[in-house]
Design a protein around this ligand. Sequence first.
Ligand code: TYD
Length: 687
Amino acid sequence: MTTLGRNTARRKPPHVLANAPFRKLWTAMSVCSLGDWLNLLALTALAGNLTAGEGYKFQSLAIGGVFVAKMLPAIVLGPLAGVFADRFDRRLTMFFCDLLRFALVLSIPLIGSYQWVIIATFLVECVNLFWVPAKDATVPNLVPKERLEEANQLNLLVTYGTAPIAALLFAVLSVADDALANLVPFLAGRDTYLALFINALAYLVSAVIIFSLKDIPKNHRDAAASTPSVLRQIVEGWRFVGGNRLIRGLIIGMLGAFAAGGAVVGVAKIYVDALGGGDAAYGVVFGAVFVGMASGMFFGIKLLKELSRRRLFGLSIIVAGLVLVAIALVHNLVIVVLLTVLLGACAGIAWIIGYTMIGLEVDDSLRGRTFSFLQSLARVTLLLVVAVAPTLAGLFGRRVIMVGREAVYQFDGSNLVLVIGGLLASIVGIVALLQMDDRKGVPIVSDLISAVRGERFAPEETEQARGMFIAFEGGEGSGKTTQSRLLAIWLRDQGFDVVQTREPGSTKVGMRLRAILLDAVHQGLSARSEALLYAADRAEHVEKVIRPALYRGSMVISDRYVDSSLAYQGAGRALDRADVVRINTWATGGLVPDLTVLIDTPPSIGLARLGGAADRIEAEPLEFHERVRREFRSLAAAEPDRYAVIDGTLPQDQISLLIHDRVRELLPDPVPQESEDVTGTMPAIRD
Ligand code: TYD
């Protein structure tokens, strides 16, 4: 077995890109993605330039028009195009789509009117709708199932990773254009044309690659039959997302992050113009978002690796929103670019955490749909925001605010949109944080400070217990059950909120474990499994009963706790003490009682007190119980400050008073002495 395992481990499977057909498709995809991003940049810039003479409002609306033209086809034709992709030869579909896109994009600079920009944009998006599902459906045909995830990661990488490259390229092209204009007079002042030519060329290159890809199968009727309708997918996705708190928080947050990014992209052009930057500056701002995203995904996550992922997710969205507000209010291009990198980093952190958590926490059978649901919602959100943002900015127009007598503060529609976007993102971040916070009660600031220092929070620190935890221990028939009940009554009389509990069996699962543990039928239960079952009961007990009560500030009195396992399983069953300590520390998360009351009774007396049939443990021989008693006593002797050892042969009332005296020392507000009660006349606690 071992040899086999080693051999398999050594034979590392080849990288998914070693698969030639997939590599070709991936290359075509990368080229197209680069083209798509260039297209977005060039068209928004072009729309702005073509309408430059018409005033701020018209210009904003014109840019918004480009986004509307990009968004409409997906909403109207989306479901139809998906069905088409399953019916026709996918290779030819993609090939002809590429040729069409090439021709359409090329026609934009050649015709050069705003109307045609909009019409051509609309048509290119329509063609895209057929190309993308054909490509998506092809990937599983080329890549084996187990490599699919890797292939999808690579797809995601080029879809978003080409954006900063496109932004850089666009900035360079804008600068190069001036030099080129000397050679080709047609290009003078038309820097966006150059970008569009390259964009068109990218589609042509893709067409050639796809045409040479003969491995794409022609018939896929099965795929068509098994693809559920888009509507049905959406309904199912909603149902799942709506029913799960964590996923709901994740999706709300991720869409919020996307919307914030969309707001930047939507008004970046006009905002940068207002700041006195040209197309090159626009390219830089656009690129800054993606440079930031990449650094957030790789470095931001590493830097804060000790912080709870769920918290980091919500926090990064809140910060992204605040940064966006700052971007809107600071009128300095350099600072805006720097802040944009920070904004991108926050969005990148949120995006990668969201993706990873969905991957980890959503059941395999639902994961695909959750992702596709998120993708389509993200797309609609992004497009909606980038369409609405410039429109809103245009309607608001340009305003000037007088600060004092002379100073003037420019507050345009684009500023307003960014402020609104930022505030919305922060609100969404707060909602996401509240939905999925896994460290309620721990102040976020201290969590953050220790994360920045690279420290992990100790479990004791996390619960911030305010109540008090008292455990009762002792052998069979020692009277600890009665005493713990009496102490609970006494403390309640003092006005404390008391939770009285016991082990084993104080939770639903615990009750079933108790039945197994104490049933005489299970006589042959192995010592190790006995120890593990008690520890399992305790883990459940601590998490469901003890910690929540302590957190509420209650007094918790437990009849038996970890020491019972040390005494019965450790000493009684002769298991290694260190092992028993270890599993119990793990099970309880290190929770130790503030006080342990040991009612020490010789087993001969205790066992004689018991009535009825003996359970599995009571039925053990006397030596077993002697060992148990010795262990309890030595545990107490080792930590006299944390133990009260009480002679179990004393009268009940006297035992109670001794316990009260000891507990009184621990109470926050000193409770009056009961010296007059030494004779034991305490009606409330008499049995
Ligand atoms: P229970 O009926 O609660 O008896 P008692 O009044 O003596 O507490 O039974 C608990 C039994 O489980 C008891 O015999 C001791 C045993 N036990 C262990 O062996 N290990 C443990 O960790 C715990 C909590 C109990």
